[in-house]
Design a protein around this ligand. Structure first.
Ligand code: FMN
Length: 276
């Protein structure tokens, strides 16, 4: 399956789903993609499953698929990893690729990392000891009209906006903003990272271009969920890395993620990894 910058640019979270079965060919293609997409850039293995609730009873639907702002999902992508820092990054990376693959098949999705039945999905996916479901993704055909709660969520988090380049991307150090011109051939991967979804649209990625190395840092939103759930902003980092890689690879810019910064981030930023 060919995933491109187009999918990255056109993706938007879908929270209002049509009551429609997946086309069999799309379902088959997605299931096979999920099987092929299991090892993240930091080497952890995730196991993904397409959870189909079309035959589920009222109780099960209520337990697994009822959310205040998400209407009518009958399918979910869910996965398990053994919990670790690397695994949360890898989960973000791999699930984002699943989302882009689903888009190529005409399917809408929305990351859900907040409230969902963790116990219910652990059971659905036959999780083993020490495995966690860091987030799930409802999936299906987008309804023609958004539900009001969907529209309200989008307004609340300003989902259609992104921070300007100068607040996210830096040139050689953490103070000098990177211009689009100075990004050179990496302008598109940077743009792809900027389009990525993030929890509550906080966009916590910061990146310093250091000649041909790209250092990724996390600027946490103070007080944001770190203690109580999986580290959701770390997942955002993996998501951004996926977008960066997909866009870079499409234009032939190869690279790998390594740990080892050669520049310092701003005070308060957490170093994540370097693409080189
Ligand atoms: C890790 C993660 C967790 C998220 N959790 C939720 C959630 O629990 N509920 C929800 O409605 N949206 C959730 N979102 C969706 C974001 O709000 C959305 O991606 C962001 O507002 C940007 O909008 P867009 O995806 O349409 O570009 C989550 C996104 C990410 C990346």
């Amino acid at each position: 399956m060919k995933i491109t910058f187009e999918e990255i640019k056109n993706r938007k979270s879908v929270r209002t789903f049509e009551d429609k079965l997946l086309e069999p060919a799309a379902k088959e293609a997605l299931v096979s993609f999920l099987k092929s997409n299991q090892t993240g850039p930091f080497g952890s293995t995730a196991r993904f499953k397409l959870v189909d609730l079309t035959g589920a009873g009222q109780e099960e639907l209520k337990q697994l698929a009822s959310y205040g702002n998400i209407r009518g999902p009958k399918y979910f992508m869910a996965g398990v990893v053994k919990k670790s820092t690397a695994a949360i990054l890898d989960y973000g990376y791999l699930m984002e690729k699943n989302i882009l693959a689903a888009m190529t098949l005409g399917l809408g999705t929305c990351w859900v990392g907040g409230t969902f039945s963790r116990a219910g999905f652990l059971q659905k996916i036959n999780a083993g000891a020490g495995e966690v479901v860091p987030a799930i993704v409802p999936l299906g055909y987008a309804a023609k009209n958004r539900d009001v709660s969907d529209t309200a969520t989008r307004l609340f988090v300003a989902a259609d906006t992104r921070k300007p380049w100068k607040d996210m991307f830096f040139d050689g150090n953490h103070e000098t903003p990177l211009t689009e011109d100075a990004a050179g051939s990496y302008k598109i991967p940077f743009a792809a990272l900027r389009y990525a979804p993030s929890a509550s649209n906080k966009q916590p990625w910061r990146m310093i271009k250091d000649i041909a190395r790209f250092h990724l840092f996390l600027e946490r939103t103070p007080g944001y969920w770190k203690e109580s759930r999986e580290d959701i902003q770390l997942m955002d980092m993996g998501i951004g890395m996926c977008n960066f890689d997909v866009a870079a690879e499409e234009i032939g810019l190869k690279g790998v993620w390594k740990i080892g910064a050669t520049v310092k981030g701003k005070e308060g930023w957490e170093y994540v990894a370097t693409r080189q």
